[in-house]
Design a protein around this ligand. Structure first.
Ligand code: 1PX
Length: 215
């Protein structure tokens, strides 16, 4: 039996963020961006059902975007830039309060984008952590510095409690399926710049169009 297909490695997931970048790294392909997220969700599911409230929301948002991609105007959703242009010029985005477009592509990607910041911080903390570091502490710190600022109290509370169930660092690294601790650290060092590029580009695009606070 081939193990390469069944074995799930975080390396491939993170590298899929590399293939997101197009147009001289000036734009992000939505399809590959979603592939990255699907891989992350798979990884999260392998940590147990405690995170199912998180993966449900992520899957829901991925689905919203996939429906746009498959839909009548799919071509307009090919990259983040084309999506922003299309939705804004067609008045398809609720800009100040939720109204007739509660699930625009722009606001849906914004939610994932904010979560990508959490991921970036968390993985960087894991990369530079020591053997006695607690994954739940690293995860909470990353969350408090990013997503928590956009979540109401009840979600913050639930998330923080769920983080306590995270496996210890060694087990966590094993689940990543990358190899030894050293391999994990190397892989993260190699892959994180791609995630950061995607994050920075999206941030820049959203900031240019004043989309960073979409309801
Ligand atoms: C590894 C542990 C995984 C911890 C996950 C950390 C993120 C915690 C986020 C808690 C979100 C709770 C669910 C609810 C979210 C929504 O309210 C909220 C707002 O949406 P709305 O405006 O449509 O209402 N949604 C969001 O902020 C989007 C959340 C998307 C979370 C995706 C997280 C994927 C995590 C992938 C884990 C991969 C770990 C890899 C590490 C080696």
């Amino acid at each position: 039996m081939s193990t390469t297909e069944e074995k799930f490695s975080l390396r491939e997931v993170l590298v899929s963020f590399k293939s997101c970048l197009v147009d001289d790294d000036q734009d992000v392909l939505v399809e590959h961006y979603l592939d990255g997220w699907k891989g992350l969700v798979r990884f999260m599911n392998s940590l147990g059902t405690i995170f199912s409230f998180v993966s449900k929301d992520a899957v829901n948002k991925i689905q919203i975007m996939e429906n746009y991609l498959k839909g009548e105007h799919g071509e307009r959703y090919r990259t983040l830039q084309s999506m922003v242009e299309y939705e804004l010029s067609s008045n398809l985005v609720d800009l100040t309060k939720r109204g007739s477009h509660p699930e625009s592509g722009c606001r849906t990607i914004l939610r994932l984008h904010r979560a990508l910041r959490w991921l970036q911080l968390f993985l960087e903390k894991l990369r530079t952590s020591t053997e006695d570091s607690k994954t739940s502490t690293l995860c909470t710190e990353a969350y408090n510095a990013s997503l928590a600022n956009h979540h109401p109290w009840i979600i913050r509370k639930t998330a923080t409690v769920a983080f306590l169930a995270l496996p210890v660092r060694n087990t966590f690294f094993e689940v990543m399926n990358v190899g030894t601790t050293e391999d994990v650290v190397d892989m993260l060092g190699e892959a994180m710049p791609y995630v950061s590029n995607v994050y920075d580009l999206t941030q820049e695009l959203y900031s240019q169009h004043n989309l960073l606070d979409l309801p």
